[in-house]
Design a protein around this ligand. Structure first.
Ligand code: ADP
Ligand code: MG
Length: 321
């Protein structure tokens, strides 16, 4: 077993490039930039709650940072640094080496420097804090949606929940289908470039971690508005399109872990939103509208849908287990 200090030195202490001081002292030092605000977010991943205890450590390293970068993306912030607090039952290098590799590969990809953290013994638990920068006043806040705004989502929704459904044996995918959707659950892509491209275009934004219905409600509550969503417009993978309607609804509306962005923008910026998606290399799809009247209405070509039924699908699925 490797000592705590050797472990930090070997896997986590990289020379600081952006920070004035990185790993090794009592604190790291970050420079303030005039005209910029610092966006800060923390997310914790607990073994057995947020990931299966036997998850591949490399993917876990990636996902732990990805879910945090996704929060920066949802504000339109440029990642600059992160800290990592980790507790684990033993300092086992066969776990730590690939975990650090997965995390640092994604960190490097986004110029997000690991500047410090804490390492202790305990049940496997990973807590990351990310720091990002954003021009003052340009953050995409949840309270900024306006009646008349178009509602958009990036990428496709529901594959992470579909993979989970297969793993829980709630439904049965073909093996090749399962292998296609599984990475959406294990290795999410934070939409950092899109968040930045939407500065000055989008009004409100958030990332989809708990499912579209629940997450969009956060925007509606914070902005004191309502919304209508056409479920026929919600983008999904071909594999999900092939599932029965109740599962399509459950995965796209109630399913978590997609880490796509959901955002609102005024209709006159429709073309600019599409351009921003192109610049960021991800599709963006218009799925509905912000309404003055509060509440979330769902409809499709055959009429109005009742949200209660959709939420209850999860209970139904849980009972079948
Ligand atoms: P202290 O006792 O002052 O809190 P530590 O011994 O916990 O210091 O950590 C020593 C240095 O290593 C600090 O700069 C800390 O930020 C860094 N560090 C500890 N654990 C990690 C980690 N998992 N990832 C990155 N840096 C870490
Ligand atoms: Mg410490």
């Amino acid at each position: 077993m490797i000592s705590e200090f050797d472990l930090i030195a070997k896997y986590f202490a990289k020379p600081a490039t952006k920070a004035d001081l990185g790993v090794g002292d009592d604190c790291a030092l970050l420079r303030q930039t005039t005209g910029m605000q610092m966006a800060i977010s923390t997310d914790m991943l607990v073994s057995g709650t947020h990931f299966f205890p036997d998850t591949d450590p490399r993917q876990l390293g990636h996902k732990s940072l990805a879910v945090n970068l996704s929060d920066l993306a949802a504000m339109g912030a440029q990642p600059i640094a992160c800290t990592l607090a980790v507790s684990m039952p033993e300092s086992n290098e066969t776990f730590i080496a690939p975990f650090a590799e997965g995390l640092l590969a994604l960190a490097n990809q986004h110029g997000c420097e690991l500047i410090g953290g804490d390492t202790t013994r305990g049940p496997l638990n990973i807590c990351i804090t990310v720091f990002g920068q954003i021009p003052t006043g340009q953050a995409l806040r949840r309270d900024a949606a306006k009646p008349g705004d178009e509602i958009w989502v990036s990428g496709t929704l529901g594959d992470a929940r579909l993979a989970l459904a297969h793993m829980r044996q709630e439904l049965q995918l073909e093996e090749t289908q399962f292998q296609r959707v599984l990475p959406r659950m294990l290795k999410p892509t934070p939409r950092v470039e899109l968040g930045i491209a939407l500065r000055g275009i989008a009004h409100a934004a958030l990332d989809l971690s708990d499912g579209l219905l629940g997450d969009l409600t956060h925007i509606l509550d914070a902005s004191h508005v309502g919304a209508s969503i056409n479920t026929d417009w919600i983008p999904m993978s071909k594999i999900l399109t092939m599932q029965e309607t109740s599962w399509r609804h459950q995965c796209t509306l109630g399913g978590g872990d997609d880490y796509e962005l959901c955002f609102t923008a005024p209709p006159e910026k429709h073309d600019q939103v599409i351009e921003a998606g192109k610049r960021a290399g991800v599709t963006v799809t218009h799925i509905g509208k912000i309404e003055e009247e509060t509440g979330l209405k769902l409809y499709n070509a055959s009429g109005t849908l009742h949200q209660d039924n959709i939420r209850s699908f999860d209970h139904f699925a849980a009972q079948k287990k």
